[in-house]
Design a protein around this ligand. Structure first.
Ligand SMILES: Cc1cc2nc3c(=O)[nH]c(=O)nc-3n(C[C@H](O)[C@H](O)[C@H](O)COP(=O)(O)OP(=O)(O)OC[C@H]3O[C@@H](n4cnc5c(N)ncnc54)[C@H](O)[C@@H]3O)c2cc1C
Length: 632
């Protein structure tokens, strides 16, 4: 298990202060630019800035560590429509071309993610997406005549199997191959695209929330109700995190005493991956956009952070579709990124992996190493990609997928629920997330290809595969209390409890560990709770090392087993509610979270519904449930 403060190698990525475009704060438009001017001899086109995405997806999920987003040809085996952008060349000439791309599945087969680049009607000879690892693949040279200075640049997908391209570079100089080094690439790209060099100030907020999953949304609603001025920075166009229509997990756990807030953002209990998630998105987005004190910065990735006197002072975010950099100063900050980015970047101690069974006495003899290891390790619950098929009236055609076979083997399936989960000791859920997602693509395409060879499945067509990987566990930021499995199992009644749950503790393990033939399926072990409920103390919701940082959601202060029960989204939502109200008290008294926990915990608990005139406890379906023992 890692116990870390900083990983200097990763820190470099977000330390560089990059130039920016200037756009006003507030509710951001889906703004795109068709082309930029780059100087006399060169031209770099960011595919994220394309005016027309065609059938390609704008994949920004790995941007926090990769440093860039890209267009993804997520066609479920059918080539997607061309993406295109206008391009203006400064002068005629013979341009050398490079595309920032990768063969996401190299091997003894044709690369699955192949695509071509078109300039006007002219198709470049090179097929792209055929070289391993992110790099600038050369596309040879192209003649640009004086009547072609204003052209259209297009990406033409050849397979429908997850081809990807982040940028295209044209230069009159054959030796001008762009840099790939992660330290210099972001800045080089910005300079070449002609983006200005300072982030645009967005002003000061009482609370900056990074991560708009259920935890972040709940916090925003609670904070808004207390007159707290909030900036919500979220790297997807839609709020909800794993509950969003992009990933489609239904919210589990009880509302506790936070129904008034969680009703606005939760989901019905439809099966995971159900398209009804899109309706739940609408409800959530409408309710969130109605908040008066919250400014939203959707499709913005927080990529760097400034400290001052040991406190978080400011964060910087980049708008995916145009590269605009924005800087926000704040009094209080909430890390609801799931991956603990704010805690990590601000130098907080965090945990990753499993504690030894003795560190918090979490041993469970019946399940031995599968539950809690003798020695700490780097295992965590894995990430998932869910998917399903639909019936059609005729036999479906599906291309051969030899590249999927080594993962799927002979496994056959026509849909994938939560058990389609992958983790591996050698793969980090943050830094290797793209590899994990791509492994799941191979599992899915291969298993589906096997399944439709059977007569009963021959008419089933792939209908939906998420291109976003749904995560369960990564960094857990250390607070004043590390919430453990024993705290939950033994129903420890903390005096500063602000979250209440009764769901059993469950942790997942890869079935492969028990000899299962494929490595992308998991199983859950459930442990019962002693006294029906368990209680999360406020001390687990703020960082011990940075005074103005709170956490809500799966990056709260807990052990691997301690995360098992409360990681579900209604419980995470209750954490959001508590931290949002706490931000209100921070503002009211001019104090930091630890001081609020020390001096105003009664008031905080009352706001959360845990003291005074008690509203009923509510479960996910909205039903009243029995009272637990009242806490002191
Ligand atoms: C397949 C699967 C099935 C599950 N089943 C259930 C279930 O049935 N019910 C249930 O309730 N829970 C379930 N869970 C667990 C639950 O979904 C997660 O634990 C939960 O989503 C955690 O909520 P969160 O708000 O902490 O994180 P998330 O939901 O991950 O939200 C965090 C958000 O922050 C954004 N973000 C991250 N970094 C940045 C950045 N640098 N800048 C801006 N934004 C950023 C992310 O894009 C993300 O949308 C499941 C999880 C998976 C993967």
């Amino acid at each position: 298990m890692e116990k870390k403060t900083h990983d200097p190698a990763q820190k470099r990525l977000y330390q560089s202060h990059e130039p920016s475009l200037s756009f006003p704060a507030g509710h951001p438009p889906a703004f795109r630019q068709d082309s930029f001017f780059h100087g006399p001899q060169i031209r770099l086109v960011e595919t994220a800035h394309f005016g027309n995405l065609g059938g390609w997806m704008l994949d920004s999920q790995f941007e926090p560590y990769l440093g860039f987003s890209y267009l993804l040809a997520h066609g479920l085996g059918k080539p997607v429509a061309n993406a295109s952008s206008k391009i203006t060349f400064p002068k005629a000439g013979r341009y050398h071309v490079w595309a920032l791309t990768k063969d996401w599945c190299p091997g003894e087969w044709e690369s699955p993610g192949r695509f071509q680049i078109l300039l006007g009607d002219q198709i470049l000879k090179e097929t792209f997406g055929t070289e391993p690892d992110w790099n600038w693949q050369s596309g040879g040279a192209v003649e640009v005549e004086s009547n072609q200075l204003n052209s259209e640049l297009s990406l033409k997908d050849l397979t429908g199997f997850e081809g990807r391209c982040s940028a295209i570079y044209f230069s009159l100089d054959a030796d001008d191959k762009p840099p790939i080094d992660r330290d210099t690439l972001p800045q080089w790209r910005r300079e070449k695209v002609g983006l200005p060099s300072t982030a645009v100030e967005q002003g000061h907020y009482d609370l900056i929330i990074v991560g708009g999953g259920i935890s972040g949304c709940a916090a925003a609603i609670a904070a808004d109700s207390q007159g707290v001025k909030v900036a919500m920075i979220h790297n997807r166009p839609v709020l909800g995190g794993n509950a969003s229509g992009e990933i489609r997990v239904h919210t589990e756990g009880i509302h506790g005493r936070a129904s008034k807030i969680l009703d606005k953002i939760d989901t019905p209990h439809y099966p995971n991956s159900d398209p009804l998630a899109l309706e739940a998105d609408q409800k959530r987005m409408q309710n969130m956009m109605a908040l008066k004190n919250v400014d939203y910065f959707l499709s913005h990735t927080m990529n760097s952070l400034e400290m001052k006197d040991g406190r978080v002072h400011a964060v910087q975010a980049m708008e995916t579709a145009n590269g605009a950099l924005k800087r926000f100063t704040g009094t209080q900050f909430l890390d609801s990124t799931g991956d603990g980015w704010l805690g990590h970047m601000s130098g907080c101690e965090y945990r990753y992996g499993r504690e030894s069974k003795n560190e918090f006495n979490e041993e469970w003899e019946e399940h031995g190493e599968l539950w809690s290891p003798e020695k700490p390790d780097n295992r965590v619950m894995g990430s998932s990609v869910m998917w399903y098929t639909r019936a059609t009236s005729k036999r479906v055609k599906f291309p051969a997928v030899p590249w999927a076979k080594p993962v799927a083997k002979n496994y056959a399936a026509t849909e994938g629920e939560w058990q389609w989960e992958y983790s591996h000791n050698d793969l980090h859920q943050v830094y290797d997330a793209e590899t994990i997602r791509d492994h799941m693509f191979r599992a899915i395409y291969g298993s589906y290809s096997n399944a439709i060879k059977r007569r009963q499945n021959a008419n089933l067509e792939l209908d939906w595969i998420s291109f976003l990987v749904g995560k369960r566990e990564s960094r857990r930021i250390v607070g004043d209390h590390i919430y453990s499995g024993v705290d939950a199992r033994d129903s420890i009644e903390f005096p500063d409890a602000v979250v209440i749950e009764r769901r059993k503790i469950d942790v997942h393990y890869q079935q492969k560990l028990l000899g299962y033939p494929v490595d992308f399926k998991s199983e859950a072990i459930f442990q019962a709770i002693k006294n029906t409920y368990y209680y999360i103390p406020y001390r687990s919701l703020y960082a011990k090392d940075v005074p103005n940082l709170q956490m809500a959601g799966r990056c709260f202060s807990c052990t691997h087993i301690g995360l098992g029960g409360p990681r579900v989204m209604n419980t995470c939502g209750q954490m959001g509610v508590a931290t949002g109200y706490a931000a209100g008290l921070c503002k009211k008294y001019g104090k930091d979270p630890r001081e609020v926990g020390r001096d105003h915990i009664k008031e905080l608990r009352k706001l959360c519904g845990h003291e005074g005139e008690l509203p009923p406890l509510i479960d996910r379906a909205g039903d009243t449930i029995a009272e637990p023992n009242e806490l002191s």
